[in-house]
Design a protein around this ligand. Sequence first.
Ligand code: PRP
Ligand code: ZN
Length: 296
Amino acid sequence: MNSKDRIKVAIQKSGRLTDHSLSLLRTCGLSYSRGTDQLICFGENMPVDLLLVRDDDIPSLLAEGVCDLGIVGLNVMIEKAVTGPGLVLPRQAASLGFGKCRLSLAVPRDFTYEGPADLCGRRIATSYPRILGEWLEANSIVADIVMLSGAVEIAPRLGRADLICDLVSTGSTLTANDLVEAEVIFESRAVLMAGDRPEEDIRAEWVDRLISRVEGVVRVRESKYIMLHAPRSRLEEIRQLLPGSEAPTVMPLDGRDDKVAVHAVCRENVFWETLEGLKAAGASSLLVLPVEKMLA
Ligand code: PRP
Ligand code: ZN
């Protein structure tokens, strides 16, 4: 397979999504070696290479066909406006279970913020002019958007803006810059994006395979395998209590006519409360196991 037939997955070069993205792909079975320039990792066991790039560039790399798949924050995806032709989302922007953060308005301590109306005529520094612009419009606010591609949080101190609109994860950047979160305007998380590709492309098969592995990994994270003994008479009740399971396996127990063994894959996390509820319904010998791999 020559290099143009290998599929390319773009991930963030360094930042919040980098480690999670690499570990997700490793869990999908990809092993790779890092090139000397560290900007490309060659897959060793699949025709899949990783491009390490600025996250903001990922949507356009996909749109231009340079990459086939990308892992990016929903905020970047929406900001770069890439839902048009040339780019499709794999099954509604499958959420990957990491990179949760929010795009928020944050104000200096002495700024009294009581609601969107306080933003009229203000200068707001942000790297997200599109998302912010839409939010302002939806709230009928006319304000100045000051577009900055980095170091947004120091804009008020430099006198370049009255407040900012930036991503907040732990909140420590805001605290360090004496800013207070005033309003969440957008909730974000990491998503998997796919570029458009011709159906007959020989890479398509690998792209699909990788997408379904990613979906499998994500699904498995929340899934548990649960085993228990249930009184036959209360089987239906117990079945109802199993979170997110479709068809549990019910097996006879040797020498016991009154009880059966129930095994089920639960597509949601199983909490102590659930187990207590099952026990109250007569279940015994409860065992909850992690699921390692799943292929629907
Ligand atoms: C965001 C944002 C803040 C920081 C907030 O940057 O611009 O600097 O994260 O995180 P905290 O609330 O945990 O302090 P990001 O990681 O997206 O980097 P980038 O803008 O360079 O892509
Ligand atoms: Zn970025």
